[in-house]
Design a protein around this ligand. Structure first.
Ligand code: NAD
Ligand code: APR
Length: 225
């Protein structure tokens, strides 16, 4: 409890608090993460479904995987917003649904769809029903960052701006195994706190590490603020 009291004090003292989140922020909302035993990558090699190569070489498998992830959103419930300024690796849009302001989607959004060839926007239903791009007959894809693609420059630079100004950065629900996001905690001048179910390779770099479920810890934290 003393660690939660310390974090609550740091949040009250901080004039600029930012969160960096990962899939562990949404598991209690019913969405699997990636590298836990029940995660998406537990029995799927991500490059066979979450890469440009997969999109171009095996569209049926790519379409099946992302259709399942889009449909999983319908059975899930977003979390309640507790933090200002969020840089997220998540593509589920839950931070926005929880009325968070300044959300930087570093890996894009599965709620947006575009043509992989001409980049024209399309609706999610067109993707789910297997339509081709109405403009060029190209392959439709979710607006997520695939393996082999770089991060959206706007989201990346805005996240950097927030982190470089932050007096406190709370990292929630990420294994910090994917670059370039994994380097972000080392790029902020302020205090850094890790809130995660499991230990990560970067834990010793943090001023405070709280192990546990994000939902429970953030609820307890909220009661102290
Ligand atoms: P990786 O080991 O190939 O590292 C990605 C590289 O991204 C880093 O070395 C970094 O230099 C570069 N990079 C990309 N965009 C950048 C930006 N806007 N600014 C600065 N550096 C940038 O990582 P990976 O796991 O092979 O993933 C490659 C890309 O696919 C990454 O952008 C990642 O976010 C994305 N992605 C990864 C996974 C996964 O499970 N690893 C899944 C989906 C998407
Ligand atoms: N509360 C706190 N932490 C949790 C919870 C929870 N309820 N559930 C899971 N976790 C932790 C797990 O222990 C794990 O360390 O969250 C972390 C999730 O890590 P990953 O599954 O690796 O997900 P993430 O870090 O978001 O992956 C980054 O990889 O495949 C790409 O593009 C994909 O954005 C994703 C990126």
């Amino acid at each position: 409890m003393s660690d939660l009291l310390t974090l609550a004090r740091w949040i009250k003292e901080s004039r600029y608090t930012v969160a960096l989140t990962g899939a562990g922020m949404s598991t209690e909302s019913g969405l699997p993460d990636f590298r836990s035993p029940s995660g998406w990558w537990h029995n799927i090699d991500p490059r066979t479904v979450a890469s440009v190569e997969a999109l171009e070489a095996d569209y049926p498998l790519f379409h099946q995987f992302y259709s399942a992830r889009i449909r999983a959103l319908a059975d899930s419930k977003p979390h309640r917003g507790l933090l200002q300024g969020v840089a997220t690796q998540n593509v589920d849009g839950f931070h926005q649904q929880a009325n968070q302001q300044r959300v930087h989607e570093l890996h894009g959004s599965i709620r947006k769809v575009r043509c992989h060839s001409c980049e024209r926007q399309a609706d999610v239903e067109s993707f789910l029903t297997g339509q081709a791009c109405p403009a060029c007959a190209g392959r439709l894809r979710p607006g997520v960052v695939l393996f082999g693609e770089t991060l959206p420059e706007g989201a990346w630079s805005q996240a950097l701006t927030d982190l470089r100004s932050a007096e406190l950065t709370v990292v929630v629900g990420t294994s910090l195994q994917v670059y370039p996001v994994a380097q972000l905690p080392s790029m902020t001048p302020g205090r850094v706190v890790m809130l995660n179910l499991e230990r990560t390779e970067q834990d010793e770099r943090f001023d405070l590490v709280l192990s546990g479920k994000a939902g429970e810890l953030l609820q307890q934290l909220n009661s102290l603020l």
